[in-house]
Design a protein around this ligand. Sequence first.
Ligand SMILES: C[S@@+](CC[C@H](N)C(=O)[O-])C[C@H]1O[C@@H](n2cnc3c(N)ncnc32)[C@H](O)[C@@H]1O
Length: 227
Amino acid sequence: MRWNRVEKEFSRFSEKYPKYNLIQEKIAKYLISKIDFQPHRIVDIGAGTGTIYKNINWKVEKFLALDFSKKMLELHPSSPKIEKLIIDFDSPNFWNIEFSNYDIAISNSALQWSRDIGGFLNRFSEIDIPFYFSIFTSRTFQELHQELEISSPIYSKSEILEFVQSWEYEVLDYKMEFSSRLEAVKYIKNSGVSGGVQRVPIAKLREFLIRPGKFPLSFQAVLVIRR
Ligand SMILES: C[S@@+](CC[C@H](N)C(=O)[O-])C[C@H]1O[C@@H](n2cnc3c(N)ncnc32)[C@H](O)[C@@H]1O
């Protein structure tokens, strides 16, 4: 997937995102449950419409919500404690952020879009704060990719694990079942990113969409934690 398209897709479907992020929300809750202290100053990388913020159930003093989609951030909760910053986590500017002013960095379902996940993790690991990241893998939407004979635009589990140093990690698998292929494709689109569907010739997509029967969609994420 072309990277400027990722920003456009999240912005275009930002209004729908909160209703179509069931799995991201489950993963966010699980990721937060793994945090074994109550950090009061939090950075959220790829914060989107605020799934992490909304699921934190302790008092927060300072919350930095970072995202490159202005539209997603507009839908993020606002308060005097929340600072919103429009920034690309792959840009050199990202590294000027004073991360040492925070107790923890969290990122839920965003870093799979990094152009260089290895470089990102490696550089982030030099910053001396705990991090809790969930990263989707290419197994996500695999049924769709197989039937449409396309490859996933995101990293595989093994590509991600290659960069995990001596940190804790966990692989999470989920499945959703849709009443039709059309419903599955709608869900993917509304959740922000079309999963590569836009690369499929329209005739092939039409033929796929009218195939009968229920359709399952897998989701897989790797949690990478450095306490
Ligand atoms: C699937 S959403 C997850 C949002 C939120 N973390 C959640 O848990 O619901 C992915 C988010 O990552 C953002 N994103 C993707 N690539 C980015 C980049 N290179 N820099 C900053 N944000 C990015 C998107 O704009 C989107 O808001």
